[in-house]
Ligand binder design. Structure first.
Ligand code: ATP
Ligand code: MG
Length: 694
């Protein structure tokens, strides 16, 4: 298990019988230590099921299991590799009975919790309930119950929330359910108050490994202590400079406490970064340098100087998105110096501060027909309402798209029931027809009653009519009118208001629908300007053509989920991951760092502004250190503030990166134009090929 490890990593992997902390900067191989150590422990005879490796996300757990399988084969399946929360579920299902919890307890998701809190606090306003939810969650993460929260409440508002918390807890108990935070809090209670359960888990687990230790919260640390007991056989790996979940209760105290609570703690530092070029690493080190140091560390790379970090300025977010797309197009397909292959779409990541920033990049990528996935937040195009509309577009473009047919025929409901659709489906598969084709078959009346048949025919004719009219609709104005009529015909707005529990939620969905339609209409009118100036012009298109490109990409993106696609991600969700080419966007003062004295409901003392600035700086550090070979950082001269656009300046972090003055210029337009044409050709060849394989 020591192949591919440096000496310090080997030391960490071979230190088996006590508490071990690997403290090191980004990309220095901490996660690699964990996977190799799992292998080493098994090699020394520890049964796989007696090893628990705790990751920060479910996705990280899946990846770690895959890597462990690569090292040790099938044995990796029996290792407990999961998040703290998933481990909590396992403990409660096995042993929660001693606390009166049934093994089949249910786990409330965030929407359920909001609902219960509305009821417990006597409000109909979801925003207020979510505010309570947030506070209660923070308290739970600090290990406080409602009585303790009440005793510590610092004002009337907190006292009210603490009382609501008590009623909320009663309801959860009555429903035999737990919330997300209970998945940590209740196992802790279980371990602390039931000696036999604690001893059972301590003897069951021979070694516990924790990745991303810097982002554990106080309760998780207590769980860890209970699980490892006096034997204290554990390995925690972390980086204080990457602690970015303070706002959710994570605390660096856990790093400070470790040497005090475990005096025989073995601390190992890793100093070589294997991920990034020197140019990227230098920028990262410079940015993090002003933060106070918990433990001093140095980090170097032997991957060579590499390309300089690019700083890109854009007029506004749309322009920024065009430039990002142009860069992907200009690099994609070229060879990567020093690596063996072509630059593929999965080599690119666009990282931003907040979820809502994704939208503009999604639209620009769609327009350029570049498949992508959004992690760490919901994609605009993944929202139920947008998927509903895309299903209609897909059906216009391809009547044989059965999933699209099923979605449109039932959304909004048009009196065509499950039984009718089941009969239609059976009939279609018997005659090897698509469901839409089957609608018009002469033999269909034999399996359906006249009323059902009538409704289906009406639907079929309506879709055909829409398709026909969409082909004749060109220009923004006509497209807008067409889309408005269509939504009215199908009663989509009413459907949203009937289905949503609050008017606010329905209104927000309807806004998204309007935004989507407006975007389509603008594309019909050729009004979506190509700021990078690399297409031949702004041609007017008919609505069916626009639907075609959108529908193609919906299917492409769906099929290529998690495969060879560009990643769009929040900085928070990018933790632990790496990509050859990273574009950090929205590095504009006020976005990153987030405007620190502007949040309602927060106290703005100089102290807490300084603490939050440190966390913002760590976030920037996390972003920079995701890049392996190239990094570009962009900012915009205008940024959105609420509904307004305000003038903006580059983030202070750009200056702190200590780059040379000469910011890299954009590629010449002519070259980009040629590259874009070449890319479009490649994309259509690839989609023709994948269609042929379908
Ligand atoms: P982060 O702080 O971002 O979580 P990390 O410290 O966990 O980073 P890893 O993800 O484990 O770092 O490793 C970074 C990259 O370096 C990975 O691609 C990994 O395979 C590679 N790597 C780590 N150690 C070595 C080594 N000894 N030799 C070669 N490559 C290595
Ligand atoms: Mg890691």
């Amino acid at each position: 298990m020591s192949a591919g490890l440096n000496l310090a990593q080997q030391e960490a992997v071979n230190f088996l019988h006590g508490p071990c902390l690997v403290l090191a900067g980004a990309g220095s191989g901490k996660t690699r230590v964990i996977t190799h150590k799992i292998g080493r422990l098994i090699q020394t005879g520890l049964e796989p099921k007696r090893i628990a490796a705790i990751t920060f996300t479910n996705k990280a757990a899946t990846e770690m299991r895959e890597r462990a399988k690569g090292l040790i084969g099938k044995a990796a399946n029996d290792v407990v590799i999961c998040t703290f929360h998933a481990l909590g579920v396992r403990m409660l299902r096995q042993d929660g009975g001693v606390m009166g919890l049934k093994p089949q307890f249910s786990i409330m998701d965030s929407a359920d919790v909001t609902g219960i809190l509305k009821d417990a606090g006597g409000t109909t306003d979801a925003a207020t309930a979510r505010q309570w939810q947030w506070t209660i969650s923070l308290w739970k993460n600090m290990g406080l119950n409602s009585e303790q929260a009440l005793a510590l409440a610092k004002d009337d508002n907190e006292r009210i929330i603490a009382k609501i918390m008590a009623r909320y807890e009663e309801r959860l108990t009555a429903y035999q359910s737990v919330d997300f935070d209970d998945l940590i809090g209740l196992p802790l209670k279980l371990l602390q108050e039931h000696d036999e359960v604690r001893l059972k888990w301590q003897s069951q687990l021979g070694h516990v490994l924790v990745d991303e230790y810097q982002d554990t919260n106080a309760t998780q640390y207590e769980v860890l202590k209970c699980l490892v007991g006096d034997n204290a056989r554990f390995t925690a790996v972390g980086d204080d400079d990457q602690s970015i979940y303070g706002w959710r209760g994570a605390t660096l105290d856990n790093l400070r406490k470790l040497p005090q609570d475990f005096p025989n703690l073995k601390v190992i530092k890793l100093e070589q970064n294997y991920r990034s070029t020197s140019a990227i690493l230098r920028a990262a080190n410079n940015v993090i340098q002003p933060n106070p140091k918990l433990f001093p560390k140095t980090l170097f790379s032997e991957l060579g100087e590499g390309e300089p970090v690019r700083v890109v300025d854009a007029d506004n977010e749309e322009h920024e998105a065009e430039r990002v797309v142009a860069r992907i197009q200009s690099l994609h397909g070229g060879t990567d110096a020093g690596s063996c292959g072509f630059k593929e779409l999965k080599d690119f990541a666009v990282l931003y501060r907040a979820n809502h920033q994704a939208r503009i990049f999604e639209k620009a990528l769609r327009k350029a027909q570049i498949p992508y996935k959004v992690s760490g937040g919901q994609s605009f195009f993944d929202r139920a309402e947008i998927r509903d509309l895309c299903a209609w577009l897909r059906l216009w473009v391809n009547n044989d798209d059965d999933p699209a047919f099923l979605r449109t025929v039932t959304t909004p409901k048009r009196g065509i029931g499950h039984q009718t659709l089941a009969s239609l489906g059976q009939f279609a598969s018997q005659y090897k027809l698509s469901m839409f084709e089957a609608l018009f078959s002469n033999s269909l009346p034999s399996v359906l009653n006249a009323r059902a048949l009538g409704s289906l025919h009406e639907f079929g004719r309506y879709v055909n009519d829409l398709e026909f009219r969409a082909r004749l609709t060109t220009g923004a104005e006509d497209a807008r009118a067409f889309l408005t009529d269509w939504l009215k015909d199908i009663g989509y707005e009413k459907h949203l208001y009937d289905a949503e529990e609050s008017e606010k939620a329905a209104a927000s969905k309807w806004n998204n629908v309007m935004e989507f339609c407006d975007w389509m209409a603008q594309r019909c009118g050729g009004q979506i300007d190509d700021t990078a100036g690399v297409t031949s012009g702004n041609e007017v298109k008919n609505l069916l053509e626009v639907a075609q490109t959108i529908a193609l990409l919906s299917t492409l993106t769906e099929r290529e989920k998690d495969q060879n696609v560009v990643t769009l991600s929040t900085l928070h969700a990018s933790k632990g991951l790496e990509w050859p080419h990273v574009m950090l966007v929205g590095v504009t003062e006020g976005m990153l760092p987030f405007k620190l004295d502007d949040e309602p409901g927060t106290e703005h003392t100089n102290d807490n502004i300084a603490v939050r600035l440190q966390e913002e700086r760590r976030l920037m550090y996390v972003g920079i250190t995701r890049a392996q070979r190239s990094l570009s950082v962009s900012w915009t001269r205008k940024r959105k503030k609420g509904r307004d656009m305000i003038a903006a300046i580059p983030s202070r972090f750009i200056a702190e990166m200590g780059l040379d003055k000469d910011t890299v210029k954009e590629d010449p337009r002519e070259k980009l134009k040629a590259l874009r044409a070449e890319f479009a050709q490649r994309a259509s060849a690839a989609s023709a090929e994948s269609a042929a394989h379908k």
